[in-house]
Design a protein around this ligand. Structure first.
Ligand SMILES: [Ca+2]
Length: 397
């Protein structure tokens, strides 16, 4: 694969020049996905400045910061993993990245899904990546870990392979979270929905492993014959967001519904989240799904759902200082409605939803908090954006 070095836009204008001009705003509004560098947007309780860090990316899907302030940037469509200098926007692709089952077009969903830097990276050097492996005839979601050395991944080892391999190229899931020494991985049901209710396979499940890939003995199905020991929860459709709340340790996930019924779930051990038996969505034809049920005994209700769908991707609990009013909020990217979704949560419930900014068509796929509390977004038009308070003295409260 060609690995061209991309030099991205460098923003070095003094803040006084960053007030958006009428032209910049017109550009942002006229193109459905264009973003005006330096634009200031109003949010519920303040103003946010939008900086274009990089553009021309190939479906930016994940960002993970290293202790030195640089970040690993994943581009799903190209299967590319790069080192990003956030201050300059310089992007240098890494060597040693595994070959992947890439999407043939925008209708397919294969490629590089997620990248994590281990919280103990300074000590152990581990980087985790999830991607699709295989061929059009047989492919699946996999997780590797590797170390970074001289601009390349080295010592790469396989931690998880979702079984069985499947002959289509959508609904891979592929989000990861490292929580207290455990690795959680979302796996989509590959658009073959009955897989989500079959404990004999990994599709349509959330997986829990030790951080080195071993199966924990206390997983709910570790000792049940015929069931996959890696399964932590089941009955999921296509989860592309996963994050643990640092305030209380709860693990949250979201997943795509069919037509409507995107869900937010608090993920617990051994629980069946119901797809495709219960859903708040419908078939794309408008027909009910299955028996048209939205609840049934023994199947868990979502803590929140979207009707119509927002197509959620990426998820982060905000803990930074830059936006005090967002602290504790769950940030969710939204692709179909084109915005960043902010959910105010408490005790495992959603109390309030803000969609910001209104009126944009950004198709946000990636959400990540930066070390300084700024918020990075990746959009399907190929932008990597940084959100900062419009005026430092008037941080959003
Ligand atoms: Ca559900």
């Amino acid at each position: 694969m060609a690995r061209a070095i991309i030099t991205a836009a460098i923003l070095s204008l003094p803040a006084t020049l960053l007030t958006p001009s009428r032209d910049m705003l017109a550009q942002a509004v006229s193109g459905d996905t264009a973003v005006a560098d330096g634009e200031v947007i109003g949010v519920e309780n303040g103003e946010v400045r939008v900086t274009v860090v990089a553009r021309g990316l190939s479906l930016p899907s994940a960002l993970a910061f290293l202790p030195d302030g640089r970040a690993l940037l994943a581009e799903r469509m190209a299967g590319r993993l790069s080192l990003l200098e956030p201050a300059t926007g310089t992007i240098v692709p890494l060597g040693g990245v595994p070959s992947m089952h890439l999407a043939a077009d925008r209708e397919e969903e294969g490629g590089l899904f997620d990248v994590l830097v281990h919280p103990g990276y300074a000590r152990n050097g581990w980087i985790y990546l999830s991607y699709s492996e295989g061929t059009p005839e047989g492919n699946t979601t996999v997780v590797d870990r590797a170390r970074l050395q001289g601009g390349a991944l080295v010592a790469r080892e396989r931690l998880f392979t979702a079984r069985p391999y499947v002959r289509n190229s959508i609904h891979f899931g592929g989000r990861m979270a490292l929580v207290d020494g455990y690795l959680f991985v979302t796996v989509g049901e590959r658009n073959e929905r009955e897989r989500a209710q079959d404990l004999g396979q990994h599709h349509g499940k959330i997986i829990r492993l030790h951080q080195d890939g071993r199966v924990p003995k206390d997983n709910p199905f570790a000792r049940r014959g015929g069931a996959m020991g890696e399964i932590w929860s089941w009955g999921h459709r296509n989860p592309q967001g996963l994050a643990s709340n640092p305030a209380d340790g709860r693990l949250w996930a979201h997943e795509h519904g069919p037509r409507g019924g995107d869900e937010v779930n608090v993920v617990r051990r051994g629980v069946n989240y119901g797809w495709p038996i219960i859903t708040y969505g419908r078939e794309y034809t408008g027909e009910p799904v299955g028996e048209g049920l939205s609840e049934r005994e023994g199947l868990e209700q979502p803590v929140y759902y979207w009707l119509p769908s927002i197509a959620p991707s990426g998820m982060e609990f905000y803990t930074g200082r830059a936006f005090p009013g967002w602290r504790g909020s769950l940030l969710v990217g939204a692709m179909s409605r084109g915005h960043l979704n902010r959910l105010v949560v408490r005790e495992g419930r959603v109390l309030h939803e803000e969609r910001l900014p209104a009126g944009k068509r950004w198709r946000v796929r990636l959400v990540r908090q930066g070390p300084d509390g700024s918020v990075y977004l990746g959009t399907d038009a190929g932008y990597l954006l940084r959100l900062t308070p419009a005026a430092p003295a008037q941080a959003v409260r």
